[in-house]
Design a protein around this ligand. Structure first.
Ligand code: 5GP
Length: 109
């Protein structure tokens, strides 16, 4: 079980932002921006490349709701997802990084 599977199963803690039946959003443990949230489907999919259109569509809609929940829809934000080795994907579980809360120009992404 990877760490995000444990979080979904309630076996590891997270600082939750938003949840519905199919998706969960929580704050990144090592934030790379003033606001750094991770949004995931509750069903484990390895990455965007292996995700179904339905899962991706739902994750995009959920991401918009997360942004509205914390006010990032008003100030702007960035969505990023790492896929595989060259992207240095650390957790093999599809997740969108939602970054904002400050101007992102200076960040090393
Ligand atoms: P990746 O490199 O796979 O795209 O990003 C994985 C992200 O998960 C990193 O930003 C990292 O800080 C975050 N992360 C790793 N372990 C945990 C954890 O236990 N809890 C939370 N909230 N975030 C984590």
């Amino acid at each position: 079980m990877n760490i995000f599977e444990k979080i979904v199963a309630g076996k590891a803690q997270c600082n939750k932002v938003l949840e519905n039946d199919d998706y969960l959003a929580f704050y990144d443990i090592a934030p790379k921006a003033r606001v750094h949230i991770l949004a995931i489907p509750k069903v484990c999919v390895k990455d965007l490349q292996s995700a179904s259109p339905d899962v991706l569509k739902g994750l995009c809609e959920f991401t918009k709701e997360v942004a509205q929940t914390v006010g990032l829809d008003k100030t702007g934000y960035r969505v990023l997802t790492n896929i595989g080795e060259d992207a240095n994907q650390e957790v093999p579980y599809l997740h969108f990084h939602i970054l904002g809360g400050e101007n992102l120009k200076a960040l090393g992404f």
